[in-house]
Design a protein around this ligand. Structure first.
Ligand SMILES: NC(=O)c1ccc[n+]([C@@H]2O[C@H](COP(=O)([O-])OP(=O)(O)OC[C@H]3O[C@@H](n4cnc5c(N)ncnc54)[C@H](O)[C@@H]3O)[C@@H](O)[C@H]2O)c1
Length: 262
């Protein structure tokens, strides 16, 4: 085993989007990072972009596959000798109405978005404990906090992940492991591009007090903060990083327009 002098983070879904931005944020602060993803080509491209082979490892893994996870956590231990942060970021979206969502679609969304973080957390805790503790951040969504149409599977999986966060925070505090969630509003990643039409984009700008999508880097900053020692007394929290979207329950666009014009 090669012990690493630097802190080590494992980020799931790290081949692109919020996960890749989080990996970059950890690396910028001198951490080593294990990038885990099921997209082999994406992982290869991410490793080439990052270009720090001495502080990165690529792990090809489906977060719903228990055997692969056990193998990959062992690989992190062998390569870096420790684990200080786990970011459960990998997620998928099926945006369909209740009556059109098939049991297979429901199951896959639950497997990736909820069971995946459960399996990853179970597998990572012993290495984190042996490293003297650490932090876990689960990436939920505005859809874990507020309901909307077409989010029956996705929103339910993310709400489950939000509560799983609190369960783990309570249980793992005694091991020195903090557990929090970051709940993004819309962020302009490949996932959002796939499901957000021009009309949806315009509606989001109307509904979000800051009137724009979030940036991957802004999510990465919140994730990094919660994993850092600066968040040493924060656990069990769901931090919405959403330009005020969650806060604006009755923030009607018309009223905001009147305020601006008045
Ligand atoms: N983009 C948004 O607007 C938004 C909003 C709220 C929440 N989120 C959440 O943020 C997280 C990241 O989203 P993103 O927009 O960067 O997504 P993305 O689709 O751009 O990237 C997700 C990454 O996860 C990987 N992945 C998917 N399923 C996997 C699996 N089973 N095992 C391993 N890797 C897997 C993909 O290959 C991809 O590289 C997700 O959990 C998503 O639900 C995103």
């Amino acid at each position: 085993m090669i012990a690493s002098p630097t802190n080590v983070a494992l980020v799931t879904g790290a081949a692109r989007g919020i996960g890749l931005a989080a990996a970059q944020r950890f690396l910028a602060d001198g951490w080593s990072v294990a990038l885990l993803d099921m997209d082999d080509d994406g992982l290869r491209a991410a490793m080439e972009t990052l270009a720090v082979p001495d502080r990165t490892i690529a792990l090809h893994c489906d977060v719903a596959d228990r055997q692969s996870i056990a193998r990959d956590i062992a690989a992190v231990g062998e390569r870096f000798g420790r684990l200080d942060a786990l970011v459960n970021n990998a997620g998928i979206a099926v945006f369909k109405p209740l009556m059109d969502t098939t049991p297979d679609e429901w199951q896959r969304v639950m497997d990736v978005n909820l069971t995946g973080p459960f399996l990853m957390t179970q597998a990572a805790v012993p290495l984190m404990r042996d490293s003297g503790g650490g932090a876990i951040v689960n990436i939920t969504s505005i859809s874990s906090l507020r309901a909307s149409t077409l989010r029956v599977a996705y929103g339910s999986s993310k709400a489950g992940l939000a509560h799983f966060t609190k369960q783990c925070a309570v249980e793992l505090a005694q091991l020195g492991i903090r557990v929090n969630s970051v709940a993004p509003g819309p962020v302009d990643t490949a996932m959002a591009k796939q499901v957000h039409t021009t009309e949806i984009r315009s509606d989001y700008r109307d509904a979000i007090p800051m009137a724009r999508y979030g940036l991957e880097e802004e999510l990465a900053e919140a994730i990094f903060f919660l994993c850092s020692d600066r968040a040493s007394y924060i656990t069990g929290q769901i931090l919405a990083v959403d330009g005020g979207f969650d806060a604006a329950g009755i923030g009607l666009p018309t009223l905001r327009g009147e305020r601006k014009n008045g």
